[in-house]
Design a protein around this ligand. Structure first.
Ligand code: HEC
Ligand code: HEC
Length: 402
């Protein structure tokens, strides 16, 4: 049933798209074929507003508080790392380095290093962008449930409210050796409680007798991140009816994206089904142990492709430097000659069937790359606060030499 509806929708869409006499027919047939094989298409812009869960509606006071918390290294054990240390507006709220350096790091992005005498390991994965995380979990009908939104490369946490406390507890991200894991959040809450400015801001945002608590800390960080949307990319404008918003090459790339089968996993308005798949992406050589993903099966969540142009390097392990490298990876799986998993711990049989169904990937497909750049919206909020209530360095030790 669903597949049939898709086919009809596509055919109607193709007819509307062009007025040239023969093209609707040719296009329609091609898309019908693609849809019949794959049953997926992309035809939906991101919503204009991001909804929070019922128990945490977004308000300006929460967003303002969340922003300060996001930039304040007071949330880390040694007061040296902020959320913004690894999710920086300069890099589309991700980072231009393969694996994150948290505790004991100095500098920003690919210039970030461990300070002398370091005993802290790298964070084992590549930092994800938090632009549009408000929409994590959105399906191809545009529906999503903020309280159940999947988080992280391995979907180990649900909702931004819950996710926000995890980095505070993680040894290599923000905790360090300052306190044991189960004391991390209470210790940070106690610091916030001891700061009169934070006390005032929590009262303004949440009211109540003692609003400075772990729950509201998560809620404020969530509300701020939900405000970081970038939903006016050329693709969004095109889908809302502005047919001049994408170039001819980008439109060709979009069709290619559907035809070769990228859309089977990168579907819906976020270009992710938010499901787990085995691709056999290589491990990062900096790690001492292979990262085997969910349940040691090498499953990872489909990455959103929104703003992907801004967030190199790529994949959970950050091993691909460019989008061309990513296409070469898919091309390699596609090619009959090798058709192998690139990660030595993954057998060909383990690879996701949808991956093995890719057909016609070309690693210098300029149209496909052009299409991926049609998913970029640079108009997002890049505000860096002038100061944070703790008086510590804004963003942590991200200025070289400080
Ligand atoms: C040391 C670097 C670092 C710091 C500090 C950090 N993060 Fe992250 N963040 C990452 C990495 C790496 C991932 C992916 C981790 C994984 O999937 O295992 C991530 C993932 C996320 C995600 C999930 C995005 C998605 O699409 O699933 C959110 C949301 C997030 N971080 C928010 C925060 C917040 C809020 C803070 C501060 C409380 C923070 N991060 C601090 C590196 C960092
Ligand atoms: C079988 C499902 C599947 C198919 C088919 C697929 N992808 Fe992916 N894609 C994923 C998953 C899962 C990840 C994350 C994998 C990881 O990090 O280990 C990913 C990651 C990516 C990334 C990296 C994003 C980032 O932020 O790191 C890009 C770019 C990408 N895919 C593009 C494509 C293109 C282009 C195609 C078609 C040629 C395609 N994908 C086909 C599932 C798929």
């Amino acid at each position: 049933m669903k597949a049939f509806r898709e086919i009809r929708r596509n055919a109607v869409k193709a007819f509307r798209e062009t007025r040239a006499p023969m093209r609707p027919l040719i296009c329609g047939v091609l898309i019908l074929l693609a849809a019949a094989v794959h049953g997926q298409s992309i035809d939906r812009a991101l919503p204009v507003d991001a909804r929070g869960p019922a128990d945490n509606p977004t308000t300006p006071a929460k967003v303002a508080l969340g922003r300060l918390l996001f930039w304040d290294p007071l949330l880390s054990g040694n007061r040296d790392v902020a959320c913004a240390s690894c999710h920086h507006p300069r890099f589309g709220y991700a980072e231009n380095r393969d694996l994150s350096i948290g505790v004991n790091g100095v500098g920003l992005g690919d210039r970030r290093r461990f300070a002398a005498g370091n005993t802290i390991p790298f964070v084992k994965r590549n930092s994800q962008t938090i632009l549009n995380v408000a929409f994590n979990g959105i399906d191809d009908t545009g529906a999503y449930t903020a309280a159940k939104a999947p988080m992280f490369w391995d979907v180990r946490t649900q909702s931004l409210e819950e996710q926000a406390l995890e980095p505070i507890k993680a040894l290599e991200e923000m905790r360090g050796h300052a306190y044991p894991e189960d004391r991390a959040v209470p210790a940070v809450v106690a610091r916030l409680n001891g700061n009169p400015e934070y006390q005032r801001l929590f009262i303004a945002a949440f009211g109540g007798a003692s609003p400075v608590n772990a729950r509201n800390l998560g809620r404020a960080l969530a509300a701020f991140q939900r405000s970081l949307t970038a939903n006016n990319a050329p693709f969004d404008r095109y889908m809302r009816g502005d047919r001049a918003a994408m170039t001819a090459s980008q439109v060709r790339g979009m069709r290619r994206f559907e035809r070769v089968g990228c859309v089977n996993c990168h579907s819906g308005p976020m270009f992710s089904d938010f499901k787990l798949h085995v691709l056999g992406v290589p491990d990062n050589p900096r790690l001492t142990e292979s990262d085997s993903g969910v349940e040691r099966t090498y499953q990872f969540r489909t990455a959103s492709l929104r703003n992907v142009e801004l967030t190199a390097p790529y994949m959970h392990s950050g091993v691909f430097q460019s989008l061309e490298d990513v296409l070469e990876f898919y091309d390699d799986v596609d090619s009959r000659r090798s058709g192998r998993a690139r990660n030595a711990n993954v057998s060909r049989e383990q690879l996701d069937p949808l991956l093995r169904r890719l057909r016609g990937v070309d690693d210098d497909d300029v149209d496909l790359i052009a299409f991926l750049s049609a998913l970029t919206d640079r108009s997002f909020d890049r505000t860096v606060p002038d100061r944070v209530p703790s008086g510590l360095a804004v963003g942590g030790k991200i200025q070289q030499g400080k």
